[in-house]
Design a protein around this ligand. Structure first.
Ligand SMILES: Nc1ncnc2c1ncn2[C@@H]1O[C@H](COP(=O)(O)OP(=O)(O)O)[C@@H](O)[C@H]1O
Ligand SMILES: [Mg+2]
Length: 368
């Protein structure tokens, strides 16, 4: 274990001060520092941090988060660092790592006259890892992550929206945090007929002023499912951009390996799963894999690969099917064998393994 002694002191102090925000920050840091050596313990800490979130707040302690003056609802929330590893393709990983390195070395860059906004824009379909990237940015920088859901900040009362945005931008630099503007395209929704164009302009301007008001050190990550809807002036304020699409074959294989954990030696099953999940997101693959594992745990059986495959074939982006439990009908087995063989080039050996039957039976399925 490699826990920094200062962290232990800070943890004790924060605990006795009932400063739960610091308890969380330090605990997160400790979890991170030991995760290479003792992943289990790191996970335990993270899980406690997640589970204890609500009771801490209801115990009378509330961090001083900015709130909407009328509803008293918090305008942002402190989000936990993620436990899930991040799978990125080469281009995205390059931008991600460049961004982190530029943030860490900002002083040096500034001293050479190379200051720039530390703003990262993430765009792409739901479930492709945008929020996860925001979490990893904060974790890598060892800073708290403050998530703002712009669609909730943009209240029906637009006068308040500008005020709320200003409160958020005043708060973040004091915390040395990472500001995560989720659903940043929500401002674009104001372009509907319920609102005047002038109001929309005012909100966009407040957002831009807020971004411009931040110092060189403050990190902003924004995410949007519809980059086309984003105001060009906002778009321009994000020099770093990652454009997500649904994962490619290699990444799908990594996602299945991570979320399904089937050790089948040569990985042939996960390879087939990777092939048939083209067009699905990381979040889709995760939910298919978790559903399949849940079934097998509760039924006390091996993982039902055939039904996982059937569910995957029946899934579309953002809309996953649930793997069925129990023995699969012969008709379904035949149909899966034929689809996998003809469309995805699965061998008879693979099919025998997937459908837990003999090669002779598979041969007969394919003949029919
Ligand atoms: N590229 C990825 N690498 C690892 N996990 C992923 C990836 N994309 C999605 N996931 C899984 O799906 C979950 C939801 O992804 P999320 O980041 O919330 O997507 P988005 O914000 O783009 O809608 C993640 O927490 C993670 O478990
Ligand atoms: Mg998200």
């Amino acid at each position: 274990m490699h826990i920094n002694q200062d962290d232990i002191v800070a943890l004790i102090e924060a605990a006795l001060d009932a400063n739960y925000s610091d308890v969380r920050t330090v605990s997160n840091r400790i979890a991170r520092s030991i995760s290479n050596h003792d992943l289990e313990c790191a996970k335990k800490i993270k899980s406690i941090l997640r589970k204890k979130g609500v009771p801490l707040q209801s115990s009378g302690y509330m961090e001083n988060l900015p709130v909407d003056s009328k509803s008293r609802a918090p305008l942002l929330e402190e989000t936990q660092w993620p436990v899930t590893p991040l799978f990125l393709n080469q281009d995205s990983r390059n931008v991600f790592q460049t961004f982190i390195s530029d943030v860490i070395n900002i002083e040096e860059l500034i001293s050479h006259g190379l200051s720039g906004r530390l703003n990262l824009l993430l765009s792409g379909p739901p479930g492709t890892g945008k929020s996860l990237v925001a979490g990893h940015v904060a974790a890598q920088l060892n800073r708290p992550l403050y998530t703002v859901r712009l669609d909730s900040v943009i209240s029906s009362l637009l006068g308040d929206t500008a005020k709320n945005l200003r409160q958020i931008f005043d708060f973040i630099p004091k915390k040395n945090g990472v500001l995560f503007l989720d659903e940043v395209d929500a401002v674009a929704k104001l372009r509907d007929d319920r609102h005047e164009l002038g109001e929309l302009k005012r909100v966009v301007n407040t957002l831009i002023q807020g971004l411009d008001s931040l110092d060189d050190q403050t990190v902003v990550v924004a995410a949007t499912n519809h980059s086309g809807l984003l105001d060009p002036a906002i778009w321009r304020r994000f020099p770093y951009k990652i454009n997500f699409s649904t994962p490619d074959l290699d990444m799908r294989q990594e996602l299945w390996n991570h979320f399904l954990f089937v050790d089948n030696g040569d990985n042939s099953i996960n390879h087939i799963l990777a092939k048939i999940s083209d067009g699905l997101s990381g979040a889709d693959i995760e939910s298919l894999a978790i559903a399949a594992r849940r079934k097998s745990i509760l039924a006390k059986t091996d993982l039902n690969i055939a039904s996982t495959i059937a569910a995957t074939i029946n899934s579309t982006l953002g809309n996953t099917a649930t793997p069925e439990g129990g023995e699969m009908s012969t008709a379904n087995k035949k149909s899966i064998a034929n689809v996998l063989h003809k469309e995805y080039g699965a061998t008879q050996v693979d099919l025998a393994k997937i459908l837990t039957t003999t090669r002779q039976t598979i041969a007969s399925y394919l003949r029919e």
